[in-house]
Design a protein around this ligand. Structure first.
Ligand SMILES: Nc1ncnc2c1ncn2[C@@H]1O[C@H](COP(=O)(O)OP(=O)(O)OP(=O)(O)O)[C@@H](O)[C@H]1O
Ligand SMILES: [Mg+2]
Length: 278
């Protein structure tokens, strides 16, 4: 809609994960390092938590691409039901259909799959997004399956991504054994003011536009209202561009952002939520 007006090749602030537009904040770099460490230093569980909209799924897509050579990756989300057959559920994450109708058949199929990978010197890594939605019982079942027939040495590496409630879930007494397998944990925090500014510039540049479409005051206002959370920044920055376009302005200044915020306050259903814990 407004792309041509601002000299952009695409929308700079989409609301879905776009690993090609990844901005490496210190937090995202650190999460990437923690995962790389977890993947190389053994077979324990890696946990990455972060506020809603902080970039966990975006990071997951990037990491799967980055480490795909020599590894076998699977992906699941915590809201996908598993109908009681955990092995079939894990196979599904790896894109494999369970052949039998009984959980015992899925189990031997999973064992074979994991043994094949181990024999070929490949790591089998299962990413579980939205892991805060999993039941404690299921997490414990996954741990047991990951360690089956391996003398306590896991043959399936688990990486959990989740909102802050995942921390509370993992602290439940019945998950003591699971917790002990966590080799690295990182909490993706919100952007600092300087990071928000660099983030907005980098997304504009990635969309083919000039970095000065937003004044410094407009960026500051967006940062404060979005509490440094990328999805919230995207929503406000995108809407501000629409408002600036409607007013035939050359860019976004603080008044544009203020108008967006005022309209949202009065009529908006898409309100900007503060991060949990604030
Ligand atoms: N480091 C980043 N670089 C570029 N874009 C980012 C970054 N982090 C987040 N985003 C953008 O912010 C939005 C939200 O990111 P994402 O969906 O990955 O968050 P999330 O933490 O998985 O959210 P949820 O808790 O709702 O699952 C997306 O539009 C994504 O492109
Ligand atoms: Mg997500």
């Amino acid at each position: 809609m407004y792309e041509k007006h601002f000299g952009l090749k695409k929308k700079p602030f989409a609301s879905h994960p776009e690993p090609d537009m990844l901005f490496w904040s210190d937090g995202h770099k650190m999460a990437r390092t923690m995962l790389a460490y977890g993947l190389t230093s053994g077979n324990g569980v890696v946990v990455i938590t972060g506020e809603i909209g902080s970039g966990k799924t975006t990071l997951l897509h990037d990491l799967a691409r980055r480490h795909k050579d020599g590894n076998r990756f699977g992906a699941l989300t915590g809201d996908i039901g598993y109908n009681g057959d955990v092995a079939a559920w894990i196979l599904y994450g790896f894109g494999i259909e369970a052949k039998g109708s009984q959980p015992s058949q899925s189990l031997s199929q999973l064992d074979k799959f994991l043994a094949q990978n181990r024999n070929a010197g490949r790591k089998a890594v299962l990413f579980i997004d939205e892991a805060q939605l999993l039941e404690a019982k299921l997490l414990e079942r996954i741990r047991v399956l990951a360690e089956r027939q391996s003398g306590g040495h896991p043959v399936l590496q688990i990486v959990l991504f989740g909102q802050p409630e995942l921390g509370a879930l993992l602290n439940m007494p019945q998950l003591a054994q699971f917790r002990q397998r966590v080799v690295s944990h990182y909490h993706l925090r919100a952007f600092t003011r300087a990071e928000t500014s660099d983030y907005i510039s980098s997304r504009l540049a990635a969309a083919g536009g000039s970095g000065d479409l937003f004044t410094a005051e407009a960026v500051d206002r967006i940062h404060d209202m979005a509490s440094g959370i990328p999805r919230q920044i995207n929503i406000l920055a995108d809407t501000s561009l629409v408002y600036a376009f409607a007013a035939s302005a050359n860019g976004v200044d603080e008044d544009t952002v203020k108008r967006v915020l005022k309209d949202r306050e009065q009529h908006g259903i898409l309100k900007v939520d503060p991060p949990s814990g604030l």
